[in-house]
Design a protein around this ligand. Structure first.
Ligand code: BES
Ligand code: ZN
Length: 632
């Protein structure tokens, strides 16, 4: 059944239900550009062009409330309806303005609730309104917002709130056409309690007082998943002429030191891929419950504090979020099945930035680590989920999240670079960004654009059928070259000897290892490593409780497998403190494998869960078979 048919099931008036049934009977094709599988928007009828948000932020109620004003561009002269995506929004009323600027109430109804897609808000208009205002409030359970109590912050005094809209959570805090096929500019006025700074994915002013509300403008058109807001005790420090950091005051100095190379990263990217087109580039360092590593909200990337290792060794994540300013924010996947166009291109550009700023050996090591992790992950992945073009129809895009769009996408682009030569390939990538700036693109667009410039000739070093294999087949094509790093080859050699018991941990000479050498070493440990080996490693290298969250995560995974008891307290602290999915979901998954560990995990999860983001709670609930007490 199509989304339309499912969503059409419960409209309030009979006439409207009949009309919807008729519309749903019209066949909707998989590649229909008028529809996105994850949105009820009818893109061939009307498009949201501009948004104004007038919202009050209340920590007491845990709500945003006010109105969203949508400026509409009508595509079909016969259309009289506006279908918006919502999720757990409480709609108060809707009004519409005519060409003369007169506002009047508009009839609306909410359709049936889908667990992942939410509820369609169907607005019936007497005429093609130029503007529509939806008066609403969010639910405290909004899937795209996290409300933190003061205890959950570093300062412990003021509350904190942040949004995470990608992929389809914007609809839980703003009623809109929640699809990356639609772009809009936005302005906002947000009122918040005294002492709280509000920031958005827009023109933040570090000197704004917030009196009478914070005001924002985002003059570049963005898709809905890049709408973002955060509020809390935020201080600001400049990093360079167009870069700076917002975070809680107690984290500011550490963040400024860690991310000092941000300006150099922008310069390096511009040199390769053209101008940075968004004005400023600031970082917002969030509390550790942020469920992702980073989120490329335009002008203001949202970043996990778990990348502050003290030695800049995890700042490739900044390169990644910055890279999205070209791949993703400028040239955007038109629907979530093509997310590799965002994440694969970005992983490739990320690695090119790392190469330009930190050198080729560093970049190679990251390729090797990524490729190994992808191969490992694919072993336990459904074959159907291993193609670059993902089958996410009728699925929550969050459930399809994997390393495939990232690392396999990056690998395809690197393969093209190798076959056609860097100079030629770079020119095509740059043209791809320039010629699709502020547009949404599909895998078909990719095939047409890159095909015409690279593999159209009969004797081209790579042919279309090979590219199709990457896009539509599982696994990694046999012809793909593995990345190679001499430093990591050394790690492989000493790891083998260590595992076989031929050398002890001291002989690894690991004190000189960089983070990537550690990650590679730990990733390659066998699942049945004897616990004595792990104990020797820990006693020699002090891994339990390490301040590097990526190293800690891999060590604890090995520790669970080997049943290494001395790291339990640190593992527990890690699981409670860190809500970043990548650094904790695999640990819960490993714990769920034995009854004793599962019982221990459930007890720890009781403590950890209240601090996790709704998206992360949802994932871990499934992993542990935990059913939360019903709140609604
Ligand atoms: N855009 C993603 C995060 C995302 C993807 C959120 C899909 C929701 C759905 C972001 O750019 C990202 O990829 N973050 C990574 C960082 C990274 C260096 C690979 C992460 O969060 O781990
Ligand atoms: Zn990304």
């Amino acid at each position: 059944m199509s989304i339309t048919a499912r969503f059409s099931a419960r409209f309030s008036t009979i006439a409207f239900a009949l009309m919807s049934l008729l519309l749903a009977a019209v066949p909707v094709f998989a590649s229909n550009p008028a529809r996105d599988d994850h949105s009820v928007a009818r893109l061939d009828e009307v498009r949201v062009q501009q948004v104004f948000l007038d919202l009050d932020l209340s920590f007491e109620q845990q709500t945003l409330s006010g109105f969203a004003e949508l400026t509409l561009q009508w595509k079909n002269p016969a259309a009289r309806r506006l279908d918006l995506d919502t999720r757990d929004l409480l709609i108060d009323h809707v009004s519409a303005s005519d060409a003369a600027g007169h506002w009047s109430n508009a009839a609306f109804s909410l359709g049936a609730r889908h667990p992942a897609f939410g509820q369609p808000l169907n607005i019936r208009l007497a005429q093609q309104a130029t503007k529509v205002r939806v008066y609403y409030r969010t639910s405290p359970q909004a899937s795209g917002l996290q409300w933190l109590r003061p205890e959950q912050t570093l300062g412990k005094v003021k509350p904190f709130m942040f949004s995470q809209a990608e992929a389809i959570h914007a609809r839980s805090f703003v009623p809109l056409q929640d699809t990356p096929a639609v772009r809009f500019t936005y302005t906002a006025r947000i009122t918040a309690p005294a002492g709280i700074r509000v920031v958005m994915s827009a023109d933040n002013d570090a000197n704004a007082s917030g009196q009478g509300g914070y005001r924002f403008a985002m003059p570049q058109a963005i898709p809905s998943y890049l709408l973002a807001i955060a509020a809390g005790d935020l201080a600001f420090k400049s990093l360079g002429p167009r870069t700076g950091v917002y975070t809680e005051p107690a984290r500011l100095d550490a963040a400024v030191a860690e991310f000092a190379d941000t300006e150099a990263m922008i310069a390096a990217t511009e040199k390769m891929y053209g101008p940075y087109r968004w004005g400023r580039y600031d970082l917002l360092i969030l509390p550790p419950s942020f469920p992702f590593g980073g989120m490329e909200n335009p002008r203001l990337s949202f970043i996990t504090p778990t990348v502050i290792a003290g030695d800049k060794s995890l700042v490739a994540l900044i390169a990644h979020e910055l890279a999205h300013s070209w791949s993703g924010n400028l040239v955007t996947n038109s629907s979530w099945k093509d997310i590799w166009l965002n994440e694969g291109f970005t992983s490739y550009v990320e690695n090119r930035i790392v190469e330009a700023v930190y050198g080729v050996e560093q970049a190679r090591m990251q390729q090797v680590v990524g490729q190994h992790e992808l191969k490992e992950e694919m072993q336990s992945m459904a074959v159907a989920d291993q193609a670059l073009v993902q089958n996410v129809k009728n699925r929550d895009p969050d459930d399809a999240f994997s390393g495939v769009p990232y690392t396999k996408g990056e690998w395809l682009l690197r393969t093209l670079e190798q076959r056609f030569g860097r100079e030629r390939f770079d020119a095509v990538v740059r043209a791809w960004f320039d010629e699709h700036a502020f547009q949404s693109v599909s895998s078909d667009d990719f095939l047409a654009f890159f095909g015409a410039r690279l593999w159209s000739a009969k004797d081209a070093p790579m042919q279309r059928n090979e590219v199709d294999g990457w896009l539509y087949q599982p696994g990694i094509p046999k012809s793909a070259l593995l990345a190679d790093s001499s430093a990591l080859n050394v790690v492989d050699a000493v790891r083998s000897e260590f595992v076989a018991g031929k050398i002890d941990a001291k002989a690894l000479k690991a004190d000189a290892w960089s983070t990537n050498e550690w990650l590679h070493f730990l990733n390659g440990l066998p699942v049945d490593l004897p616990v004595e080996r792990l104990a020797d490693l820990d006693q020699t290298c002090q891994l339990t409780g390490t301040g590097n969250a990526e190293i800690a995560f891999r060590f604890y995974l090995a520790g669970i497998r080997a049943d290494y008891a001395p790291m339990r307290a640190a593992l527990k602290a890690h699981l409670i403190a860190i809500g970043r999915r990548k650094l904790m979901v695999p640990l819960w998954t490993e714990l769920a494998k034995t009854p004793a560990n599962q019982a221990w995990a459930l007890a720890v999860y009781q403590i950890a869960r209240p601090g996790y983001h709704p998206i992360a709670q949802n994932t871990v609930d499934q992993v542990l078979g935990y059913s939360p007490p019903q709140t609604r």
